[in-house]
Design a protein around this ligand. Structure first.
Ligand code: ADP
Ligand code: ASP
Ligand code: MG
Length: 421
């Protein structure tokens, strides 16, 4: 008997028919004699609806924290509905099942409401329930803060609930069921040439997730890597009795055939800010980025260049589109202290990254990227690199095209059908 954690995302549980389809996947594992916990997301679109309701109510409370606590109380409810419905369905099919909210486990988090981090999960209660043949159906995305209030883990957080639970109960497998049948060389919605990857390393998956591939939440990959949880990405749209092989996320050593570049990942949620004519002297960059850090604004690509005016520099950085307004406000408030002359921002940008552990030991990856984009007339505004990725910031209108041409340039396109077939 293995302990298995299964996770089903929003599209997989979009309506009662879909939840019924999910119940067939769960039955299959239980009937095979496994101890099973299931983590569910809210039905597709439900979290967005709940978030908009919060926005409609507006923000009359001066204390930001108080608002975030109630936001969590509202948006966490979506997952609770799905967990209850699936438990009811499993019971109707004659199985022992019960739903669990985060606080009942308890799944403890910090108090950063809206984007809380998991601190600790008591694996004992759920593990014992699973071993006793009761299917534990857990509301994903939620926990309880030290303040005793419901918390949520950030958008896409049910992936993290699932991997954390799998680590806590020492699961043999964590199977993430979604609406694609695995992790692809790029978002399969962008090109029909994308290919399913059968095995991908934790490091590559982590880069992909943090660089914008929606398929897994970044924190879930961090946890899988830290606790060595074997994670598979599978489709809940496959027949339950014959699911496809999906993608296994595993150690780099377990992958025999390694490409230099494994994936091309776009991120359409970027925005850029350029601060013009900052006095070119020690302490000014520190003042800028301290102010942004105090505002809890995450910064990504940073470039400093000479200004046309002697003794001044221009500083550009990127941030998430959702944080742009706040970043601009913070900087305007600090303008007298920082001493810059003007500020420009641009939402119409996207980041495109090529990722692969193979680039650690191969030259020419950056050259291929820059040459390919240049040949297609795509201008690069900003560049950042790590050991296993190169990212460029470009005009958002060119991003999908850039993904397709880079995908081809790195030999990732699926082979074209031959004349015979
Ligand atoms: P869920 O609701 O199941 O959590 P998500 O919408 O969060 O599903 O993630 C699945 C989506 O991730 C897919 O529909 C796909 O469009 C997107 N995606 C982006 N990049 C990739 C990739 N490289 N491989 C597979 N899917 C990707
Ligand atoms: N329902 C939440 C969201 O839409 C969490 C999740 O689906 O993973 O972000
Ligand atoms: Mg998701």
């Amino acid at each position: 008997m293995a302990r298995i954690v299964m996770k089903f995302g929003g599209t997989s549980v979009a309506n009662l028919d879909r939840i019924r389809a999910v119940s067939a996947f769960v039955r299959r594992e239980v009937d095979a004699g496994h101890a099973v916990a299931v983590v569910v997301s809210a039905m597709a679109g439900e979290t967005n609806r709940l978030v908009s309701l919060c926005h409609e109510v507006g923000d009359p409370v001066p204390a930001l924290d108080a608002r975030d606590v109630e936001y969590d109380a509202v948006v966490a409810s979506g997952e609770q509905v799905t967990a209850g419905l699936l438990a009811l369905m499993m019971q109707n099919l004659g199985y022992r099942a019960r739903s669990w909210h985060g606080w009942q486990i308890p799944l403890k988090t910090d108090n950063a409401h809206g984007k809380a981090r998991i601190r600790d999960i008591d694996g004992e209660v759920i593990g014992t329930a699973m071993d006793n043949g009761e299917i534990a159906i857990v509301a994903g995305f939620q926990g309880v803060g030290d303040d005793g209030r419901i918390s949520t883990l950030g958008r896409g957080g049910s992936d993290t609930s699932a991997v954390a639970l799998a680590a806590a109960v020492g699961a043999d497998r964590c199977d993430i069921y979604t609406d694609v049948d695995g992790v692809y060389t790029t978002d399969p919605r962008l090109t029909k040439h994308a290919r399913r990857i059968s095995k991908i390393s934790f490091e590559e998956m982590l880069e992909m997730a943090s660089l914008g591939a929606k398929v897994l939440q970044t924190r879930s990959v961090e946890l899988a890597m830290a606790f060595k949880v074997p994670v598979r990405v599978l489709s809940s749209f496959d027949p339950p009795d014959a699911p496809g092989p999906g993608t296994l996320i595993c150690d780099e050593e377990d992958i025999v055939e390694q490409n230099i570049v494994t994936t091309v990942t776009p991120d359409f949620n970027e925005a850029s800010v350029t601060i013009l004519a900052v006095p070119d002297e020690p302490g000014r960059a520190a003042a800028i980025f301290n102010a942004l850090a105090d505002g809890n604004i995450n910064i990504d690509m940073i470039v400093q260049s000479a200004s046309r005016e002697a003794g001044f520099a221009n500083i550009s950085f990127t941030t998430k589109e959702a944080d742009l307004e706040q970043a601009v406000e913070v900087l305007r408030n600090e303008q007298p202290k920082i001493g810059f002359k003007a500020l420009q921002s641009d939402r119409n940008v996207a980041k495109v990254s090529v990722i692969g552990t193979g680039m650690k030991s191969h030259a020419g990856v950056a050259a291929t990227m820059f040459r390919t984009l240049a040949e297609k007339g795509i201008n690069i505004q900003n560049i950042s690199t790590s050991e296993i990725k190169i990212s460029v910031l470009i005009n958002a209108d060119a991003a999908e095209y850039a993904v397709r041409v880079l995908h081809e340039a790195y030999g990732l396109d699926a082979p074209k059908p031959t004349a015979q077939n």
